[in-house]
Write a protein that binds this ligand. Sequence first.
Ligand SMILES: NC(=O)c1ccc[n+]([C@@H]2O[C@H](COP(=O)([O-])OP(=O)(O)OC[C@H]3O[C@@H](n4cnc5c(N)ncnc54)[C@H](OP(=O)(O)O)[C@@H]3O)[C@@H](O)[C@H]2O)c1
Length: 256
Amino acid sequence: MAEALISRLLSRGTYTAGEIAVGEPTAARRQFLLETYGVTTCDRNLEALAGADTILVAVKPQIFTHITADLAAIAAARPLVLSIMAGVPLTTLEAAVPQCPVVRAMPNTPATVGAGMTAIAPGQHVTADHMQQAEAIFAAVGAVVTVPEPLMDAVTGLSGSGPGYVAVMIEALIDGGVAVGLPRATAQTLAIQTVLGTATLLQTTDLHPAVLKDRVTSPGGTTIAGIAQLEAAGVRSALIEAVKAACQRSQQLGAS
Ligand SMILES: NC(=O)c1ccc[n+]([C@@H]2O[C@H](COP(=O)([O-])OP(=O)(O)OC[C@H]3O[C@@H](n4cnc5c(N)ncnc54)[C@H](OP(=O)(O)O)[C@@H]3O)[C@@H](O)[C@H]2O)c1
């Protein structure tokens, strides 16, 4: 995830390679980042953090406790701290860097190809300028929305886990295509492009999904026959329940 951000922040010119330092424990990975992006790499996080005005915490949540001492050591400089760690609340982050502006972010996997959806939530010391800066950084890997932190579990249930739901949906469409005689590779192309095209159409035209559905269902036609089956199988309700279940699971994980 951090590499996706570095790559796109550089290609968009948000930062130059000379402005980015990465703390990375693995030598081969440091070498790769240096050769590929020309960024400064450090085996000790403290070296990367020293003098930084903006810090992105992109380690796994379970590694966070290993880096809190390094973060505490530079907190007096009051850098803007951005965290993409799933499930780590602002209170925990702010305790690690007292008085620092902290923004908690929840990106999703399509961010790795620049088509992500990131929700950002401001901590107590964050100003409008900080939020603008955070938004500009995450805009490098897709769309950005601001939410109050209590809605982060809901974000996780929808856009965080959503790529999984859509992948299952696409896989099922492919199987459906195979069931009616299409070669699997052709069915895959048709399914992926149909989902991508429909999402692009809705996004570009701002059309309500129900209006699009009405437009593509001619009386007695093929699409309404298919939709009747979706309704009979409770697909609409299954998706609603999926978002609710993932949100609840995120709440449970956050509380444990
Ligand atoms: N992937 C997603 O779709 C997604 C979505 C939302 C949120 N997130 C969050 O984003 C964060 C990163 O996820 P990811 O998928 O990018 O995981 P990842 O590929 O495992 O990235 C974690 C990075 O942290 C490095 N690291 C490990 N220990 C470190 C230490 N002590 N100091 C500094 N760096 C250290 C790892 O280096 P090595 O590889 O060399 O060990 C690796 O480059 C996680 O907190 C996750 O919850 C990810």
